[in-house]
Design a protein around this ligand. Structure first.
Ligand code: PLP
Length: 429
């Protein structure tokens, strides 16, 4: 597809072709949902054995705790070890929580807002800084951005590329401004690009000079084992790098089994240095008497350890890979090769999303055309702070939930709409 070299007559002819394809799809009265990244029913089925009553045995944890009862604020020891293996930290650095890591992120920001990042009285509550700011790599995850927006941070976008955020820019922003309190990050198979941060990027995160002593990296490793090709991508541990760099308190990691077992009924975890863990536990102890240990026990009995998780994720990959391949194949058929910046798409090795860039200023119009044809995509702008994408070009594609035929139709409609919008613009020049 190269419309730039065409004259008006040829463009009009091409427009007719694409419009008649669009109208054929319109007449089919489709309802296709490509919005949120949810596992499909076949994926959920993989974890059904976990729901059998027998898996819980005598309800006792390794240390004899009766999981049917109150207690164990930081989570079952074996669940802490298990989530520690997933996040690459010792179990003692883990708080194993309830059904949502996003909830743990929200609560952690909320705690830092009200009380600061530690008991030290020099660590002032974040709310006292009226000029507080948070860095948001873009394109990124909308639910991260709205948490810090709700708590009154000014959101600073920084571009992300295949190796991670633009670290020159991150280092520049954190160096001199003590009001910059943190950054969001999805380091592996990032939402929505699927990018994997490079080791160099991770080392720069650990070593960079921050004007704010209470600057924290919110490292959301939501997709750490969600590979679709072979095995999980290898990556340096930011936790270890921060310790080596003499900044052990800089990173708070998060993860969950939401897309390993059951979203909304999985287990979550937070990892941090021991001082932060103790501080957070002192606050959590006022919030709850303890987490759902039965679900933690169920997960450990079912998945066992990181090797067990990788074996389980291979079964997810068998379901997910054809869906990712279908999106890539349609893009190639319709557009040819990706072009730098304009009309490009990512080719992730894992995670839940593909990110496509239409030409600048086109995404909103393309997505409303898709909507009229019965296909819902995540709204344009969702990948950016305040839901404003200044380039109006980023579109998040979530292929996990629909079946392959539905994906093919939805992405084909998307491509047709891109072509129609582009030709109309060229004709208007
Ligand atoms: N973090 C990222 C990057 C996500 O994409 C999602 C869900 O889509 C979540 C967190 C939600 O995690 P949880 O179900 O553990 O709250």
């Amino acid at each position: 597809m190269n419309y730039l070299g065409l004259g008006k007559k040829e463009l009009k002819k091409e427009l007719d072709i694409q419009q008649s394809r669009y109208e054929k799809y319109m007449a089919m009265g489709l309802t296709l949902d490509m919005t949120r990244g949810k596992p499909c029913a076949e994926q959920l089925k993989l974890s059904e054995p976990m729901l059998s009553d027998s898996i819980l045995g005598d309800y006792r944890s390794e240390n004899g705790t009766d999981c049917r009862n109150y207690g164990i604020l930081a989570g079952l020891p074996e669940a802490r070890t298990f989530m520690g293996e997933l996040l690459g930290v010792p179990g003692e650095n883990i708080i194993c929580g309830g059904n949502s890591s996003l909830n743990m992120m929200y609560d952690t920001i909320s705690t830092f807002m009200l009380f600061g990042v530690s008991e030290d009285e020099n660590d002032r509550p974040w709310f006292e800084d009226k000029d507080r700011k948070f860095i948001c790599p873009v394109p990124g995850y909308d639910r991260h951005f709205v948490i810090t927006q709700q708590f009154g941070f000014k959101l600073i976008p920084v571009d992300i590329g295949p190796d991670g955020p633009d670290m020159d820019e991150v280092e520049r922003i954190v160096r001199d401004d003590p009001s910059v309190k943190g950054i969001w990050s999805v380091p592996k198979y990032s939402n929505p690009t699927g990018y994997v941060y490079s080791d160099e990027c991770i080392q720069r995160f650990a070593r960079m000079k921050c004007a704010a002593k209470d600057f924290r990296i919110f490292w959301d490793d939501a997709y750490t084992v969600h590979f679709i090709n072979g095995s999980p991508a290898k990556q340096l541990s930011l936790f270890d790098e921060c310790v080596k760099a003499g900044n052990p308190e800089r990173v708070i990691m998060f993860g969950s089994t939401s897309k390993i077992t059951f979203p909304g009924a999985g287990i979550s975890a937070l990892a941090a240095d021991k001082r932060t863990i103790d501080f957070l536990l002192s606050k959590i102890s006022k919030q709850t008497i303890g987490p759902d240990k039965l679900n933690q026990l169920r997960h450990v009995k079912f998945l066992k350890n990181v090797d067990g998780v990788v074996e389980h994720m291979k079964k997810h990959a068998v379901i997910m890979k054809p869906k990712f391949d279908a999106v890539g194949q349609i893009f190639e058929n319709e557009f040819g090769a990706p072009r730098e910046g304009q009309l490009s798409w990512t080719k992730p090795e894992g995670g839940y999303f593909i990110c496509c860039r239409t030409g600048d200023g086109m995404a909103s119009e393309v997505l409303s055309m898709c909507r009229r044809c019965g296909v819902a995509f995540t709204p344009a702008g969702s990948t950016h702070p305040y839901k404003i994408d200044p380039t109006d070009s980023y579109v998040r594609i979530a292929p996990s939930y629909p079946d392959v035929d539905q994906i093919k139709s939805a992405v084909e409609i998307f491509c047709i709409c891109v072509k129609i919008v582009l030709i109309n613009r060229l004709l208007a020049v």
